[in-house]
Design a protein around this ligand. Sequence first.
Ligand code: NDP
Length: 403
Amino acid sequence: MSTVLVIGAGGVSSVCVHKMAMNKEIFSDIHLASRTKSKCDAIAKSVKERTGADIATYEIDAEEVPAMVNLIRKVQPSLVVNLALPYQDLPIMDACLEAGVDYLDTANYEPKDEAKFEYKWQWAYHDRFKEAGLMALLGSGFDPGVTSVFTMWLKKHMLKTIRQLDILDCNGGDHGQAFATNFNPEINIREVTAPARHWENGEFIETPAMGSKITFDFEGVGEKNAYMMYHEELESLAKFNPELERARFWMTFGDEYIKHLTVLQNVGMTRIDPIKYQGKEIIPLQFLAAVLPKPESLGETTKGNTNIGVIATGEALDGSGEKTFYINNICSHEKAYEETGNQAVSYTTGVPAMIGSAMVVQGKWTGDGVFNMEEMDPDPFMDMLNQHGLPWQVEELDGPVDF
Ligand code: NDP
């Protein structure tokens, strides 16, 4: 039995709040606040219709720390679940410290004026959370989140050490639009257009964005082109698995997506520096995000599956030499929509956010300070994935990946 305060009312929040409401024995009192209250009310209405649960809603600018502190004091939650944007991570963490409450998010802090994905800003809060006797759990989405838990589960049950790690993220869904992103367009395009980085022999190697491509046959989807890119869990995976010789992240993109993105980049629409337009300063990427389809509007038309997983090679735990395992989840866009009114990219993030929240409020994951998913026992989280809509499978491969 616990009270939670969720911040943000996009697709990820919608899934998380629906799933929390479906688990009343864990989340007995759910509060939802965001910049646009009507979006909170729309989620609350859908939750009421689907589950019968009542959700209290509020308007908040999460970057206004005193207002956030007031709201937290009013609601008195045991956990604040940040499902707004990465820019709000630090102000919400500040508010949690001041009001004395635990914190959880799904994406690491990014400064608005630079596409830089690093944990350093949030790791710097560790001592303050520790001294306050509070817990901050970072990155409880799918990637980061489940991919880190998958890796640590393999390390707990299958492999003594991990030599090579490849994270493969495939969205085989078709939304019927010429170009749309399946989560927040601004964050998605900043991520995709940033240079690729992978971990190799103790350091990050930077290569041009979309410069390395593989073709991989994804179960439930088929053959897709996947491109190497930087993703934030590489930093925490490398930190907590110092034996890693190489760790890479791959994401699939269709030719149409690449074509549109290349044009948008070439004409300057993905720039994040302000430009003057008719006497007003605008940021081209923010303008682009405003005209692109809203991710939460894609649910109804998206068909197909996502398949996200981890391939790890290392020394087997049972002493039988080097082994390679592939662990993944396949999620149907249609089923996700039927259950929560949102497509699978929001679903695969919102469900782990609910599960991470359950770990914290039930005291299954505890600690004073700022923690990444890799530092927690993977077993109870993995059990909940199976029970709450993201079942996983693990298989042994013949050998390490050949790419
Ligand atoms: P959306 O853009 O759909 O939703 C973001 C929400 O945050 C919106 O409701 C927005 O309000 C609200 N918001 C923005 N600024 C503020 C503010 N200052 N104060 C209060 N609320 C604010 O994003 P998604 O739901 O797609 O993504 C949510 C988060 O999940 C992002 O951080 C994203 O990076 C992360 N994510 C993580 C993944 C993972 O696997 N780990 C995968 C996908 C996403 P408004 O409605 O007014 O715009």
